[in-house]
Design a protein. Structure first.
Length: 414
């Protein structure tokens, strides 16, 4: 309980004293760690030049929304820029969040898709478009020519889909996806870590014959709706990769066997249910199942954020999490901690992680995954491969009016 919520004076004084002592112990612990070899910069911010070095391959944009003011902090290889965003108010942001537009049913799908287009238009007009004008980024003839942006949303903006912002009523030029390729990173230091891993490990994706891929599918899950499309997704992914790739498939696995396979793979593809814990985001995860016995049926077995983040996967390159809400943290008090399934896989060692900001559609998952691996096989980098796969679905006749089916796909990492 927060100290300010305690009404008894004596208890409040004791709680305040305990907090001060705990902070002192934490500071002592941090100093001890900083004296260890190679840990001198532990818990310290990056220097100016280090942050600018992280922006050599594309701009980094930090979006901050508060009751006092809202700004975009733009980091490029040459400069830092602060762009005031007066129209991106905290009250408006809270209002959009409170509408819970990403949770839909058959009865309100059309209404919420229309409302979500309005949200994406607001986000474009008051945030993304001013950032692009400042950089400046313009429409390019080919997606291969687009510059890159790494987004960092803080506080109220921590789960905003900047990559999907646009005003569809104004034509193609008024959408971010035709001006830049978007990625996300929890912090600039996390992006630096991903870059450093790229320079110290041999890329497993430079030669398709060396790929070691694990595909995990859960067509049926204890206590959850079936996902028949996961079998088709597996088939399409295998076909897109081609016969030269080494692929291990796991259907209805438990956490132990899955973790063992992750230790050996470069690419991990999950097609299953995901869960975002409303109280403790470290318990969010991918839903697998326990091994059945002659006397007991299988139960749900959660591959949690905590379990994944405590592993060290030295060969990890790409994790594709085709599951609901893998990039979502619903605990607002921990919004800035970036605790979700995607970040757990990043901490474990995956340089690139693809996830979803909210529940995804079984059929659309198949289409996006199929296109993603096809683009990857043609030599596209991970962020560009996802960008092209989502734009393809976005422009299709069946889905272009339904942003809640394609706007949630995000790329985290280098």
């Amino acid at each position: 309980m927060p100290v300010e919520d305690v009404t008894d004076d004596r208890t409040q004084k004791a709680a305040s004293t305990n907090r001060i002592e705990a902070l002192a112990q934490l500071e002592d612990c941090v100093r001890d760690i900083q004296h260890l070899p190679r840990f001198g910069r532990f818990h310290k911010g990056l220097k100016t030049k280090q942050m600018q070095n992280c922006a050599t391959e594309g701009s980094i944009v930090v979006i901050n929304i508060t009751n006092l003011r809202s700004d975009a902090i733009i980091v490029t290889a040459n400069a830092f820029k602060v762009l005031p965003l007066p129209g991106l108010g905290a009250n408006q942001a809270k209002d959009w969040i409170s509408q819970d537009l990403t949770t839909t049913s058959k009865n309100d799908s059309d209404r919420k898709n229309k409302a979500y287009f309005q949200f994406l238009s607001w986000l474009w007009r008051e945030c993304v478009r001013p950032v692009l004008d400042k950089l400046p980024f313009h429409v390019q003839p080919s997606a291969d020519d687009l510059p890159r942006i790494w987004w960092i949303g803080t506080g109220l903006a921590s789960t905003f889909p900047f990559h999907s912002a646009g005003d569809v009523s104004a034509g193609l030029t008024e959408s971010l996806c035709y001006r830049a390729i978007s990625s996300y990173t929890p912090t600039i230091k996390a992006l630096q870590y991903s870059r450093e891993r790229a320079s110290t490990t041999t890329s497993a994706l430079s030669d398709r014959d060396t790929w070691r891929v694990v595909i995990v599918t859960m067509p049926e899950t204890p206590g959850a709706n079936p996902l028949p499309g996961t079998r088709r997704e597996k088939t399409e992914v295998i076909a897109a990769m081609g016969p030269s790739v080494s692929i291990e498939t796991l259907e209805h696995p438990d956490v132990k066997n899955t973790m063992a396979q992750l230790q050996q793979c470069n690419v991990a593809h999950f097609a299953c249910h995901g869960v975002s814990d409303l109280l403790d985001p470290s318990k969010s995860g991918l839903i697998l199942q326990t091994a059945s016995t002659a006397t007991e049926e299988s139960m749900q077995d959660i591959l949690s954020v905590r379990a994944v983040s405590q592993t060290h996967l030295s060969r990890a390159e790409i994790a594709y999490l085709s599951a609901c809400s893998t990039a979502q943290n619903q605990v607002m008090k921990l919004a800035d901690e970036v605790l979700h399934v995607v970040s757990g896989f990043q901490v474990a060692g995956f340089r690139h992680v693809v996830g979803c900001l909210w529940p995804s559609d079984d059929k659309v998952c198949v289409e996006v995954a199929k296109s993603f691996y096809s683009e990857l096989g043609q030599g596209r980098n991970t962020a560009l491969a996802l960008h092209k796969a989502v734009v393809k679905v976005r422009e299709s006749r069946d889905y272009y009016k339904r942003p809640l089916l394609w706007a949630q796909y995000v790329h985290f990492g280098a």
